[in-house]
Write a protein that binds this ligand. Structure first.
Ligand SMILES: N[C@@H](CCC(=O)N[C@@H](CS)C(=O)NCC(=O)O)C(=O)O
Length: 215
């Protein structure tokens, strides 16, 4: 059976949520995120990263790639537009934007202020990364003006990818200037498939936007 390696507060929620939307059965292998100080790829998964899937020996990391693989293999279930359509191009754009463009500067903020905990020694770097987070969230907020989802009226797997990124932004207090994104994230996290995945993967607290230092 398809196995998903998952830990709370990681991108594994994206894959669990997608599988719940697809009503696809899977075995959840739950672990805890190991703090990455100076070592990387040390998570208790076959790749050392979360998320990882093992689909009868096909071992994959990268949440965006896993998303596309699962939709190809197990059926799209209306979760992405037809290939070659204009909407499919937009779907791919936002799917990748979620981790490549929007999460990158967020990752720097998290790295310096949460994992390394020496952000105070590098105020310029933190400020620069925060500025780039704001710059990456602005076009998204504009996109959600008058739209329920990234593609308009239709929910897609790109929304799943984006929700994790926006939740990370919210825990750092960086979603407040973006009212469309705040409302959009609230909409997404009411979905039954999200709630099922969040419960199974221990992510309900994270999506309540609690930072690692608050309980
Ligand atoms: N771009 C990758 C990022 C994967 C990633 O960095 N995952 C984090 C948890 S959310 C991790 O496993 N970090 C441990 C490490 O970097 O060694 C994806 O979208 O899956």
């Amino acid at each position: 059976m398809l196995k998903l390696y998952s830990a709370p507060r990681t991108r594994s929620i994206r894959v669990a949520w997608l599988l719940e939307e697809m009503a696809q059965s899977y075995e959840l292998i739950s672990g805890e995120f190991q703090q990455t100080g100076s070592k990387f790829f040390i998570q208790s998964t076959p790749t050392g990263k979360y998320p990882t899937i093992d689909d009868d020996g096909v071992i994959l990391m990268e949440s965006g790639a896993i998303t596309e693989y699962l939709l190809d293999k197990y059926g799209e279930q209306g979760l992405r537009p037809a290939r070659g359509s204009a909407e499919h191009g937009e779907y791919l754009q936002w799917l990748h934007y979620a981790d490549a463009t929007a999460f990158s500067p967020l990752g720097v903020v998290v790295w310096l202020t949460v994992y390394r905990d020496d952000g105070a020694d590098h105020p310029q770097l933190v400020e620069d990364a925060r500025g780039r987070v704001g710059a990456a969230l602005k076009p998204l907020d504009d996109r959600l003006q008058g739209r329920r989802f990234l593609l308009g009226k239709t929910f897609s797997a790109a929304d799943i990818m984006m929700a994790f990124t926006l939740t990370a932004a919210a825990t750092l207090g960086m979603l407040t200037p973006h009212p469309n994104l705040t409302a959009y994230l609230a909409r997404l996290t009411q979905r039954p498939a999200f709630l099922a995945a969040a419960e199974k993967t221990g992510n309900l607290e994270f999506f309540a936007h609690k930072s690692p230092n608050t309980s």
